[in-house]
Design a protein around this ligand. Structure first.
Ligand SMILES: [Zn+2]
Ligand SMILES: [Zn+2]
Length: 149
């Protein structure tokens, strides 16, 4: 009899409303965490320029499992990194091409010491009458040998 009474007391204890609230609380927290996963996946996928809605749906449906699959399959770099890297490459190309000038009439690349454009034959420089160095067309005297032009 004592045992039954004891058992009843345990049952009473677990029928207290506090257990129900506790379970509601846990479920509520799990839902919040779950939705955070979905939101995080959506944002991360968009930053990586991959299908954000698709991955958010996968995580919404499969929860932890979906998140793990996403973490394995997601592209390794953010879209900002890609843009940044492209800009860097463009900048390097600009620096490299800065050594070249362009022909004022045809726009083809020419070098600083070209006398004539190899493409359109435009005269770019004159040669010094004394030392044969390339001179700008408007120079009156050769800066290398002082010869009057
Ligand atoms: Zn030219
Ligand atoms: Zn000269």
């Amino acid at each position: 009899m004592d045992f039954l009474k004891y058992f009843e007391n345990i049952l009473m204890f677990f029928r207290l409303p506090i257990w129900r609230y506790l379970i509601y609380g846990i479920v509520f927290i799990l839902i919040i965490v779950w939705l955070s996963f979905v939101y995080w996946t959506f944002r991360d996928a968009r930053l990586r320029n991959t299908s954000a809605w698709f991955w958010a749906l996968i995580v919404f449906l499969f929860n932890y499992l979906g998140l793990i699959i996403y973490l394995i399959l997601r592209p390794p770099e953010y879209i900002e990194d890609v843009v940044e890297r492209d800009l860097e490459i463009k900048r390097m190309e600009m620096l490299l091409s800065a050594n070249f000038m362009r022909c004022p009439s045809c726009g083809k690349e020419i070098k600083d010491d070209f006398i004539i454009c190899p493409n359109c034959r435009r005269k770019l420089k004159k040669t010094c009458i004394s030392c044969d160095k390339p001179l700008n067309l408007e120079w009156k005297v050769c800066p290398y040998c002082k010869a009057e032009q």
